[in-house]
Design a binder for this molecule. Sequence first.
Ligand code: ADP
Ligand code: MN
Ligand code: MN
Ligand code: MN
Length: 338
Amino acid sequence: MAKYKLEYIWLDGYTPVPNLRSKTQVKEFDSFPSLEQLPIWGFDGSSTMQAEGRSSDCMLKPVSVHPDSTRRNGVLVMCEVMMPDGTTPHPTNTRATILDDPGAWFGFEQEYFLYQDGRPLGFPAEGYPAPQGPYYCGAGFKAVGDIARQIVEEHLDLCLDAGINHEGINAEVAKGQWEFQIFGKGSKRAADEVWVARYILNRLCEKYSIDVEYHCKPIRGDWNGSGMHANFSTDYLREKGGKTYFEALMAAFAENMEEHVAVYGPDNHLRLTGLHETQSIDKFTYGLADRGSSIRIPHSFVNNDYKGYLEDRRPNSQGDPYQIASRILKTISEVPTP
Ligand code: ADP
Ligand code: MN
Ligand code: MN
Ligand code: MN
């Protein structure tokens, strides 16, 4: 028997962007606990915008479990928030309502800025660093500074230790901006892993006195914003595909443009301007290898008779992957397969 530190993680009720919250409960197990062994737990919803003070209990239902290599016998437990009965989803629980399809695969590219003293890491106290250009996938102190790479490397290792399916990391176009990619089969799984990876990053940065800035356009002017491109495929798209189906799918995406943008993260009009590798927020376009379109079609897709995955470039860095994946699957479900 050993005492495990179970860190229960959940999303609070703040809008438009929920915060990650967590607290620890210590429990004894014979070995690393499975999801089924983890009890439902509670918290004070009146402190997280999820309940009134007079009836403040909310419930935490574990949905995924991960080793936490920063702590002895550490366990990260991603949770859904439930009503006091433990079975009814809380209104802030966006995960509970999503369409889940194990054949739907998602790759999320999470971009973010590291911030110190209210500005991106590496920005001088006054004015700006050298313009964008050398930073993307850059190496060397001038390009990426000193501490940033240590943080992103440590984050990658902690995520791999936690069983998060990280696929890669890179320095991004703006100074102080980075990206990690997470791939998952099933929308719930991919989205859970994005939230856990965000949580691990937030917590890691505490010890460096650095904040993670997830806002989609933290610096105005000629600096890239942060997105969370959603790459997606379904069984049908991977195995059958075809130009006719693809065009019907794109017509449905065009039809539902506003519904998509509504859940693609706040302040996206500041980022989706038609500049900096984006399409304008009020236009829907798709294009082969076109980073200025709403949906980019990889070369491999066309070369493979319109089979494979597509990249929706509109979701932003503060978006909720539960709602993003859910909306994409809803639109796909509206298109009959030939
Ligand atoms: P880029 O920066 O050029 O847009 P990345 O390599 O950062 O490309 O991201 C591509 C993403 O596409 C990865 O997250 C990967 O997991 C995802 N991806 C690859 N194949 C599929 C697929 N069949 N279904 C869904 N996502 C996929
Ligand atoms: Mn990328
Ligand atoms: Mn990117
Ligand atoms: Mn991309």
